[in-house]
Design a binder for this molecule. Structure first.
Ligand code: DX5
Ligand code: ZN
Length: 220
């Protein structure tokens, strides 16, 4: 499968959100990555329901919602109603991950589970057959623009081999510090979805940056 690119709106210009959304709509990017932070699970607060509702009104591509919040079970249905197509919860934030994953699927969304950098992929062994996406955090979650953790390559490979024969459809997403210099190595290691915040929105030419990370330019 050709890899997907999901620009993270966290790095967009919030004062010009509609224009930023239209840029993604008209680009080669595949999904919108929306980071919801509660100031408890992670040391930062980003945006919540009203902003997602405003984004959904203009977005013409799937919404990939990444919940960095404690006790996400309280809001699964709300995010479904807001239009999330992929809903990702953190393994570290769920007491009953198996149930949470099944509720997300029963609500008609793709179920994603994210792992912090310190969490081994083996934490997913009992739910791997039920999840649609695993998001490997390649930075400690909470902020955009952080340095990519190199250990992630080995983690992608380990997860891909763990999923073999158990869930061959599994999408592996990488989130944090992804850019034009490392996207290819991540795809070669087995990644399917690349989240790119600063490398998209802080670029002088976001359309070109997206194309480069999709492998659509000569020097990409
Ligand atoms: C980090 C978020 C990421 C973030 C990535 O906690 O989950 O999605 O926006 O930003 P960059 O691509 O700038 O590292
Ligand atoms: Zn994210």
């Amino acid at each position: 499968m050709k890899h997907l690119l999901a620009p993270s709106i966290l790095a967009a210009d919030f004062a010009n959100l509609q224009a930023e959304i239209e840029m993604v709509n008209s680009s080669e990017a595949d999904w919108f990555h929306l980071d919801v932070m509660d100031g408890v699970f992670v040391p930062n607060i980003s945006f919540g329901m009203p902003v997602i509702k405003a984004i959904a009104k203009h977005a013409k591509k799937p919404l990939d919602v990444h919940l960095m919040i404690i006790d996400p079970d309280r809001y699964l249905q709300t995010f479904q109603e807001l239009g999330a197509e992929v809903l990702t919860v953190h393994v570290e934030a769920c007491h009953h991950l198996h149930r949470t994953v099944h509720v997300i699927k029963d609500l008609g969304m793709k179920a994603g589970v994210a792992l912090n950098p310190h969490t081994p992929v083996s934490a997913l062994s009992e739910v791997l057959d039920s999840v649609d996406l695993v998001c490997l955090m390649s930075v400690n979650p909470g902020f955009g623009g952080q340095k990519f953790i190199e250990r992630t390559y080995a983690k992608v490979e380990a997860l891909r081999s763990m999923a073999k024969g158990v869930n061959d459809e599994l999408l592996i997403e990488i989130d944090g510090g992804v850019g034009t210099e490392n996207w290819r190595q991540l795809v070669e290691a087995g990644a399917d979805v690349l989240v790119a915040g600063s490398s998209t929105f802080n670029s002088v030419d976001p359309h070109l940056a997206i194309k480069a990370m999709k492998g659509m330019t000569d020097n990409g």
